[in-house]
Ligand binder design. Structure first.
Ligand SMILES: *[C@@H]1O[C@H](CO)[C@@H](O)[C@H](O)[C@H]1NC(C)=O
Ligand SMILES: *[C@@H]1O[C@H](CO)[C@@H](O)[C@H](O)[C@H]1NC(C)=O
Ligand SMILES: *[C@@H]1O[C@H](CO)[C@@H](O)[C@H](O)[C@H]1NC(C)=O
Ligand SMILES: *[C@@H]1O[C@H](CO)[C@@H](O)[C@H](O)[C@H]1NC(C)=O
Ligand SMILES: *[C@@H]1O[C@H](CO)[C@@H](O)[C@H](O)[C@H]1NC(C)=O
Ligand SMILES: *[C@@H]1O[C@H](CO)[C@@H](O)[C@H](O)[C@H]1NC(C)=O
Ligand SMILES: *[C@@H]1O[C@H](CO)[C@@H](O)[C@H](O)[C@H]1NC(C)=O
Ligand SMILES: *[C@@H]1O[C@H](CO)[C@@H](O)[C@H](O)[C@H]1NC(C)=O
Ligand SMILES: *[C@@H]1O[C@H](CO)[C@@H](O)[C@H](O)[C@H]1NC(C)=O
Length: 546
């Protein structure tokens, strides 16, 4: 009980400290249903704040505040970031809530209505104005919110044409994160008799959560066309961390459109292209490439492609590829390009079959045809066989499959007893591995307090507005004491930095759990063990009125 109060106070401290030096807390006395709020015109490169009266202490009841925020230039957009310490006492947003509208009045589209204790995500206007509305009823008040506002130059002017025989195409700002609200078209223009080969070196766009139904790539995506955008052959839509790999266009034009939404951005992609004279696969050469044993290298994915992909594959062929991982205990992961097209409906004429082993006596993992790409597959041993069979008629575009050595999670549990130190996810700041299950314990004497402060945090989170459990994929649990049995301080995922945590039991435990797909940078935190010193009431007052 005492601990949870202290914990909450700690949360407030870090919340208020975050903005302490950059703002004056705005306190005004309000009559019931007093209207409040004002018009804010942002200055170029300057940061401004909107804060509920009294934040981070209780806000007054019966308020109705409206702030209209305007960017300095008509072609600017506005980015708003909520302080993670967010607290509007309501569960269904009927009584106390904050709303954001994408424009200067309440007739503009509403971008969200928020309440409870989870701070809303970053929001970006599509134009140069935003309206923020804060409504409270006459009871149950929380601590309110604080919002940081900044205007920035809109970056939707990103379309470009490429005509050089070779070049590099990247998302804007690459390798930094791409901007929100992009709508760019890249076109490679070449003579009609040439082929354009595009090869992706790196790819990361906000993806769909795994295994959730709904349209593919709902948030940010790349479309690729052999021909003009929308009109040419659609080669695929890509998002997440699955690279399109190599793409070939035969029409003399390769188009890409990049679309990003108003929240969460990634590094995007970098690809190089070469324009050369067309060369379709010829018989004997193709035969050579058709029965191959491939030895995988650690840390390096590669592709297998049906000849001519994504154009028509040759008839009457049988190809067999045997993939072998270097070590007997390793597994192989294969991932088909979503542009998959084998002209058959019952897989008796044209098909691709995957065997869980080095020969065709091994168990089949599936026989695939039609236009729906097979799912992600992992071998149980260090060999996998892919067989591709075509008959003498009706040919489709074929398939492309990426293969790599499946990374099994390293042993990562560790105990910390030094008076101070740094705790990080394995490999930080590189992405953490899949399939982790680690326990970190900070062990101190029972008269000490352990303070942990997070510097950066990013674990695969629950996508915005998806129902279901919090943190279904990867997460960090923190316990004040032993893992699983002591007081549970919280479960964390996504990009929201956990607040500073103080443990008074002499043990602070963290467990990290990650699933088989999508990894992020993880976190870095530092800790200090010191003799316990509880703050007196006087000190607390000081902290709040600084
Ligand atoms: C306060 O405003 C709300 C809606 O804006 C209204 O429903 C309510 O009756 C008002 N209360 C008072 C005391 O004026
Ligand atoms: C804010 O600006 C709008 C027009 O954009 C105007 O209607 C409103 O009265 C202004 N509010 C204040 C408090 O100045
Ligand atoms: C690229 O070329 C196409 C076709 O020639 C043209 O319609 C488009 O405006 C060009 N785009 C840019 C950004 O130059
Ligand atoms: C992107 O821009 C094109 C033309 O400029 C437009 O047709 C399309 O609807 C836009 N897409 C989005 C998602 O805004
Ligand atoms: C891309 O660049 C790499 C090396 O930088 C090169 O090996 C590859 O052939 C290039 N691909 C294309 C399609 O230009
Ligand atoms: C950490 O300490 C606990 C308790 O002393 C012990 O059970 C556990 O095995 C230790 N873990 C590691 C990785 O050393
Ligand atoms: C992680 O490991 C612990 C003990 O080592 C085990 O109890 C727990 O079930 C594991 N969790 C997962 C998700 O594998
Ligand atoms: C703290 O540990 C000491 C022994 O190391 C023990 O005597 C004492 O009872 C413990 N205190 C608490 C509050 O657990
Ligand atoms: C973490 O490190 C910073 C300096 O890098 C220090 O100011 C801070 O007190 C440390 N926090 C903890 C909890 O050790």
């Amino acid at each position: 009980m005492k601990l949870s109060v202290l914990y909450n106070l700690t949360r407030m401290w870090s919340g208020s400290l975050l903005f302490l030096f950059t703002q004056v807390i705005l306190v005004s006395s309000l009559a019931p249903n007093d209207s409040c709020g004002w018009n804010i015109t942002l200055e170029t490169d300057a940061v401004s704040y909107v804060t509920t009266a009294g934040y981070p202490m209780e806000y007054p009841p019966s308020q109705h505040c409206t702030w209209v925020v305007t960017a300095p230039q008509p072609d600017n957009k506005i980015r708003i970031i909520f302080n993670p310490f967010f607290d509007l006492e309501d569960t269904d947003c009927n009584h106390d809530y904050v709303e954001v509208y994408d424009g200067g009045d309440e007739l503009s589209p509403r971008m969200g209505k928020f309440c409870g204790r989870v701070a809303p995500p970053m929001i970006i206007s599509s134009g140069s104005q935003l309206l923020i509305k804060f409504v409270t009823d006459d009871e149950n008040n929380g601590a309110g919110f604080s919002i940081k506002l900044k205007s920035f130059k809109s970056t939707s002017q990103c379309s470009r044409n490429f005509t050089d025989p070779q070049g590099v195409i990247t998302t804007p700002l690459f390798p930094k994160k791409y901007p929100n609200n992009l709508n760019c078209t890249f076109m490679i223009l070449a003579p009609e008799t040439s082929e354009i080969v595009l090869e992706f070196d790196s790819f990361d766009m906000e993806g769909d959560p795994l295994l959730l139904p709904g349209p593919k790539c709902q948030y940010d995506w790349l479309d690729i066309w052999d021909g003009l955008p929308e009109a040419g052959l659609h080669l695929g839509r890509y998002c997440g961390e699955t690279s399109p790999g190599q793409v070939i266009a035969y029409s003399g034009i390769l188009s890409m459109t990049v679309t990003t939404d108003h929240a969460i951005t990634k590094e995007g992609f970098s690809a190089n292209y070469t324009i050369h004279e067309r060369s379709l696969p010829s018989g004997p050469k193709y035969e050579d490439k058709c029965r191959v044993n491939i030895n995988l290298e650690i840390g390096r994915g590669n592709y297998l492609t049906s000849a001519g992909y994504p154009m028509t594959y040759p008839p009457s062929h049988e190809c067999v590829w045997v993939l072998t991982a270097p070590e007997p205990h390793q597994k192989i992961l294969i991932n088909f390009n979503p542009f998959f097209d084998l002209e058959d409906t019952d897989c008796s004429h044209d098909y691709v079959e995957v065997y869980n082993g080095g020969d065709e006596l091994s168990p089949s993992m599936g026989k695939f045809c039609g236009k729906v790409a097979p799912p992600l597959m992992t071998s149980s041993g260090n060999q996998l066989l892919i067989k591709f069979v075509t008959d003498n008629e009706n040919h489709g575009g074929g398939f492309s499959v990426q293969y790599e050595v499946f990374k099994t999670a390293p042993q990562c549990s560790r105990n910390f007893t030094d008076p101070q130190g740094v705790i990080e996810t394995p490999g930080f700041p590189e992405k953490y591995p899949n399939n982790l299950n680690c326990t970190f314990m900070i062990l101190a004497s029972n008269t000490s307090e352990i303070e942990v402060e997070f510097k950066s945090f990013d674990m695969e989170g629950n996508p915005l507005l998806q129902p279901g459990p919090r943190c279904p994929y990867d997460w960090l649990d923190i316990w004040d004491g032993l893992p699983a049995v002591s007081l549970h301080v919280g479960r964390y995922c996504g990009q929201e930095l956990p607040h500073r945590v103080i443990s008074y039991t002499g043990i602070l435990s963290m467990t990290i759990t990650t699933d088989h797909a999508i990894t992020k940078e993880g976190f870095s935190a530092n800790y200090t063990i010191r003799e316990r010193s509880l703050p007196s009431g006087h000190e607390m007052k000081l902290w709040f009125h600084l």
